[in-house]
Design a protein around this ligand. Structure first.
Ligand SMILES: [Zn+2]
Length: 167
C-alpha cells in the first residue's frame, strides 16, 4: 500500500506532535517505513519556531540565486560525471557537496536507483501497477517522477532552476 500523499502546502508542523517531537502516526500515514525511521532520527529544535521558507544551501538567505546556480552546476556536473566516468565518481562528488546529509542521501539514492518509484516497487513485487499516480503515465521511473512527469515539470518551473534553463 502506498503512503498517502501530502498537499504541497503542508508544513512540517503537521508532522509534529505539539508535546513530544514527531507525530509518528502521521509519518507512517504519509511516508514509507524506511523514510519514517530516518525522519524519526532527525532532532527537532528545543524551542518552537514557526514554519518558514528557508534556503539551506547558503548561510546568507539573500544569496539564494548565486547558491542556487552553484548547486545546479554541481548537480549537472555530478550527473555528467556519473554518466561519463562511472557512478562512483558521482558518489564521491555527492559526499563532498556542502549540503545537508539528507540531500546527500537523496542524491545517492538517485544514483543507485533505489527510490521507491512504482517501477522499482513492481520489480520488487510490492506493487503490480507501475503507472504514475499523478499523470497516469504507464511507467513511473525515477526520471519520470523527478523530471518527465507533467506535475514534476510544473514544480520545476516554479523554482529558480527554470531561470537557468536547467529544467
Ligand atoms: Zn507522472
Amino acid at each position: 500500500m502506498s503512503p498517502a500523499s501530502l498537499p504541497l502546502e503542508t508544513t512540517v508542523d503537521y508532522l509534529l506532535n505539539p508535546r513530544n517531537g514527531w507525530h509518528a502516526a502521521r509519518l507512517r500515514e504519509h511516508f514509507l517505513p524506511t523514510d519514517v525511521e530516518l525522519i524519526l532520527t532527525l532532532k527537532l529544535p528545543s524551542e518552537h519556531k514557526d514554519d518558514a521558507v528557508f534556503w539551506h544551501f547558503d548561510k546568507c538567505s539573500m544569496c539564494i540565486v548565486e547558491s542556487g546556480y552553484r548547486l545546479a552546476i554541481q548537480l549537472r556536473d555530478s550527473a555528467t560525471a556519473g554518466l561519463s566516468v562511472g557512478v562512483s565518481k558521482g558518489w564521491n562528488l555527492i559526499w563532498t557537496l556542502q549540503v545537508p546529509a539528507k540531500v546527500k542521501i537523496f542524491l545517492w539514492r538517485i544514483l543507485d536507483n533505489v527510490h521507491p518509484t512504482k517501477v522499482n516497487l513492481v520489480i520488487r513485487k510490492v506493487l503490480s501497477d507501475a503507472s504514475c499516480s499523478l499523470c497516469g503515465s504507464l511507467c513511473e521511473t525515477l526520471m519520470h517522477a523527478l523530471f518527465h512527469c507533467a506535475f514534476a515539470q510544473k514544480v520545476w518551473r516554479e523554482t529558480i532552476f527554470a531561470d537557468f534553463g536547467i529544467m
